[in-house]
Write a protein that binds this ligand. Structure first.
Ligand code: ZN
Ligand code: ZN
Length: 400
């Protein structure tokens, strides 16, 4: 039996608090929110951080363009820290009576019965928000779940398990007909029961999304006890539980894109199928396996042109390559290249552009960048590759 692919989209990947600093733009600054749509169209939302606002706007827009049928979705909330609930008041579909939502979370000992319902009402209470929860006209149901619980929603099996985090946090596994996704964020290793829960939850998963907020040094020293983890712990879990893909998630607000790049390349040396969660990243899961894509993220004005550049990098199979490629458009931020090789998404490339007829180093522009986009290309047997430049490098040609 063939199933349609399930699709996972990242709307928020930042931990703790949103970031607006320029050097965090490439991975993104919104706090945790993921959208999972299964092959039969069932919609899940994993956490309700600030990324939820953009997801809501997208759904509302699609809803009005498709004739306006009601939206029905299931929201799984891991815990009640701000970064996982802050998007709730700004989710447009809550304010439409034809929509209905099913919430799942645990009973907090600080809040008692109906914990999530109370959280939602408190967020919209005076003096914290201009309108009260009565304005949310969509139907809402709340279900309390706990560690070890399994339930089914329209052909998808869901399992919850405790992770180690201050005031508690649930990890979720969703087994869809297209593949399995494990969402395990906000977890600190070192508590035997939770370490075991995590490995059990992640066993053989197609995609494991894991808390990689800190460097290994921070986790061992200054950030011990803060409830988070590192890329290296993610690699260990991924190996032990034999997962197929590891996605580093919940980036620290103080981590620039460069810092996250460093975590990812370190993780890839140990576990090649690693990715760093990026706003707009999507993963489709089907019997054919897992396919990762990034949204085109260059925002600078682009100049269309056509000239050659020497491009070196790493191809999908991990081998180094160098070739003369065609630059098809260019901005101060990045370029679109046509290449024979297929470089890996999120890997580093070097682009050397030489001005025609000039041989001295002042006319050579040598740039380091990251592969942020991939498409089949505009020409036969070529790949279209979007690159964002990170820095200019010394071309290594002696001046005369
Ligand atoms: Zn968090
Ligand atoms: Zn937390």
């Amino acid at each position: 039996m063939t199933h349609q692919a399930a699709k996972l989209v990242f709307w928020g990947v930042r931990g703790s608090t949103p970031t607006l600093e320029r050097d965090t733009w490439r991975y993104g600054g919104n706090t945790p929110c993921l959208e999972l749509t299964t092959g039969n169209g069932t919609r899940f939302i994993l956490d309700c951080g600030t990324g939820l606002r953009m997801l809501g706007n997208r759904w509302t827009k699609n809803q009005s363009s498709s004739g306006g049928n009601g939206i029905d979705a299931h929201l799984l909330v891991t815990h009640y820290h701000w970064d996982h609930i802050q998007g709730l008041p700004f989710f447009q579909p809550f304010f439409d009576a034809q929509n209905s939502f099913h919430f799942y979370s645990f009973q907090s000992k600080y809040l008692g019965a109906d914990s999530l319902k109370k959280v939602l009402e408190a967020q919209l209470a005076s003096p914290y928000f201009p309108v009260d929860v009565g304005m949310m006209s969509a139907a809402r149901t709340f279900r309390e779940v706990t560690s070890g619980e399994k339930w089914e929603v329209a052909g998808t099996q869901i399992t919850a398990a405790w992770l180690n985090h201050p005031q508690g946090c649930l990890g979720y596994r969703l087994d869809t007909p297209g593949g399995s996704v494990v969402y395990a964020t906000d977890n600190e290793p070192g508590v035997a029961e939770c370490d075991q829960n995590l490995r059990q939850l992640a066993q053989g998963a197609d995609v494991l999304i894991y808390d990689a907020q800190y460097s290994t040094e921070q986790l061992a020293t200054t950030r011990k006890g803060w409830g988070h983890s590192s890329w290296l712990e993610g690699v260990k879990v991924a190996r032990e539980a034999k997962v197929r893909n590891l996605v580093l998630f919940h980036h620290d607000p103080e981590s620039s894109d460069k810092v996250v790049d460093g975590f990812l390349s370190a993780a890839r040396l140990e576990f090649p199928s690693s990715w760093a969660a990026t706003e707009g990243m999507s993963i489709s899961l089907s019997e054919r396996g897992v396919d990762v894509a990034l949204r085109e993220s260059r925002v600078g004005q682009r100049r269309r042109l056509r000239f050659t550049a020497t491009v070196s990098g790493q191809s999908e199979d991990g081998k180094a390559f160098e070739e003369k490629a065609t630059v098809r458009d260019l901005s101060l931020q990045g370029a679109y290249l046509c290449l024979q090789h297929r470089p890996r998404l999120q890997s580093e490339v070097k682009v050397v552009i030489e001005a025609a007829g000039e041989k001295n180093s002042s006319s050579v522009l040598s740039l380091r960048g990251t592969v942020v986009h991939f498409d089949p290309g505009r020409e036969k047997s070529q790949h279209g590759v979007g690159v964002v430049f990170s820095e200019e490098i010394d071309p290594g040609i002696p001046r005369d």
